[in-house]
Structures are given as C-alpha cells and as structure tokens.
Design a protein around this ligand. Structure first.
Ligand SMILES: NC(=O)c1ccc[n+]([C@@H]2O[C@H](COP(=O)([O-])OP(=O)(O)OC[C@H]3O[C@@H](n4cnc5c(N)ncnc54)[C@H](OP(=O)(O)O)[C@@H]3O)[C@@H](O)[C@H]2O)c1
Length: 274
C-alpha cells in the first residue's frame, strides 16, 4: 500500500494504522528526515520495512521521477491512498506555472494515479482511495479560471480542488469498469493536523487554536482512509464517497459526469504539457 503525504497529519496516521493491521506500507513525503522517521514508526507498528519516496509533489517532473522509483521498487501496489494536500491562503505558483492548490491537491494525485495505474491493475484486486473533504460541497470548477489567475481566494481554490478529487474519483471508477480496481473518495472529518499551517489566513490563525480541542485526532481522522483501504467488504465497492466509514451522498455538482469528463481532459492536457 502506498500513502501520499505520509509524513504528517492524516497520512502519517493512515500509514501507521494500516501497518498495525499488518499491511506492507510505503509512504511519500517531501522531507527525507521526516519520512524516514515515519518509516521507523511503521516498522515498529508491525508493518515491516517501509519504503520511502521523496518528492515535492507540486512539481510534475518530481511526481514523474518518484513514480519511476515506486515502479522500480514496488512489484505490487494493491492500494494507493491519494492523501497529499493542503490549504494556502494566498496564491502561489508552482515550478510548472500552475496554482499550487490545484497542482498539489488535484493534479499531483491525478498524475501519480495515471503513472501507477498499470501496476494497480496488475495487482488487482486493488483500490485507489482519495482524501477529499466535505468542503467539496462548497466548490465549483471554474473552467474559465482554473488557476485563480483572475481572482484567487484560498477557500475557493481549496473547495474547487476537493470537488476535483470527487469528480476525479467518480470518473476513474467509470474508466476502471471491468478491472478489479476500485476508486472511492472520503471526508476525514475536521482533524487536528498541520493543515494550512504553511500559509494560514487571519481567520484560521485566530480560530484554529480555539477549535483544536474539538477536532479529531489524526488517528481518528485516519479511520475512514484505513477503512476504505482495507475493509474486505469494500473490495467491489467503487465510485462512492464516504465519511465516518459510511457511504454518504456527495454534492450534486460532484455527480456532473460532463464536468468530470471535462476536468479529466483538462487535467490530462495540463500534465502532458510539462
Ligand atoms: N485536517 C482536516 O481537518 C482535513 C479535513 C478535510 C480534508 N483534509 C484533507 O486531508 C489530507 C491530509 O491533510 P492533513 O490535514 O493531514 O494535512 P497536513 O498535516 O498538512 O499533512 C499534509 C501532508 O502532505 C504533505 N505535503 C504537502 N505539500 C506537499 C508537497 N508539495 N509535496 C509533497 N508532500 C506535500 C505534507 O508533507 P510535510 O510533512 O512535509 O508537511 C504532509 O505529509 C489533505 O488532502 C486535506 O485536504 C483534511
């Protein structure tokens, strides 16, 4: 199993939780030291030696290099947990000239999944689990300004990226029909992590410390990811959205098949272009 963004927060807790169930877990991270530390935790939790892959996933060439390393080291990938993500209050531009929220939260998972897809199919039954958010329900895909060039708000960019996660998951599930690879998305809950800490807005700086005691711990926030990655009764369940380990209805916009197909096309163009 491979968990992206496995060096902190929900991803780290997902990796440790899966290891405690006896799974062989590999993680991705952008910091070698933190990643190696989590790998030692995975081993201590009973998951055996954990492979670590390091890349700044805002960069498509880094995602491609890392995918090559993954394919070189992991003969089987029966679960890919697309967990990497974040919130940035101000607009940042990646090495590829793309807005960072869209690049990290959606395009990085889109590209990595594509690059690993044959290995997942070969390892089937297999699963692609993508960590979205309830925030997707406030999102809309602004095809005329996907990169927030005309106007940017951290919340709008985040909600759009999390809607993209659900649209991507449903479209992937349709495209994987006839294989034994499933694709599901989830909301982890409101979880006390480093989420948004790189570039928080004023409201976040004020509110998060007050709300932290009421948030889920990372271990609790990881339960739905772990459930989707491992529950035997979900082997054939695909194209669904989960919260609290249960299937839930996602927003109406997330079920727009034309928008999903268009997003797939545009995302494909954006990752081919580099
Ligand atoms: N926390 C919540 O309440 C909440 C709610 C709904 C959905 N989510 C979703 O849950 C997922 C995990 O978030 P979290 O709360 O666990 O946040 P987090 O504590 O900030 O962890 C994010 C992970 O992604 C990694 N990462 C961030 N940018 C990266 C980049 N450019 N390249 C490679 N790795 C990168 C981080 O690496 P470092 O360790 O180096 O920082 C870390 O491992 C995200 O998709 C988020 O949208 C969170």
């Amino acid at each position: 199993m491979l968990v992206t963004g496995g060096t902190g927060g929900i991803g780290k807790a997902t990796a440790l939780g899966l290891a405690a169930l006896g799974a062989r877990v590999a993680i991705t991270g952008r910091d070698r030291r933190r990643a190696d530390e989590v790998a030692r935790g995975i081993e201590a939790a009973g998951g055996g030696p954990a492979a670590v892959f390091v890349a700044d996933m805002s960069s498509q060439s880094e995602v491609r290099r890392m995918a090559e390393e993954v394919l070189g080291q992991l003969d089987r990938i029966d679960v890919l947990v697309n967990n990497v993500g974040g919130y940035w209050n101000t607009r940042h531009v990646t090495a590829d000239g793309l807005e960072r929220t869209f690049a990290v939260n959606h395009l990085a998972s889109f590209l990595l999944t594509d690059l690993l897809l044959h290995r997942l199919i070969r390892s089937a039954p297999a699963r692609v689990v993508t960590v979205s958010s309830h925030a997707h329900s406030g999102g809309r895909i602004d095809f005329d300004d996907l990169q927030g060039e005309r106007s940017y708000s951290g919340a709008r960019a985040y909600n759009q990226s999390k809607l993209a996660n659900v649209l991507f998951t449903y479209e992937l599930a349709r495209r994987l029909r006839g294989t034994a690879v499933t694709a599901n998305a989830l909301h982890p809950g409101v979880v006390s992590t480093s989420f948004g800490a790189e570039d928080p807005g004023r409201a976040q700086r004020l509110a998060v410390p007050l709300l932290r005691p009421f948030m889920k711990s990372p271990a609790r926030g990881a339960t739905t990811s772990i459930h989707l990655a491992s529950a035997p009764d979900l082997e054939r369940v695909t194209g669904r959205y989960f919260a609290d380990c249960r299937p839930r209805k996602s927003s109406e916009r997330s079920s727009d098949e034309r928008a999903a197909a268009r997003l797939w096309q545009v995302s494909g163009d954006l990752v081919q272009a580099t």
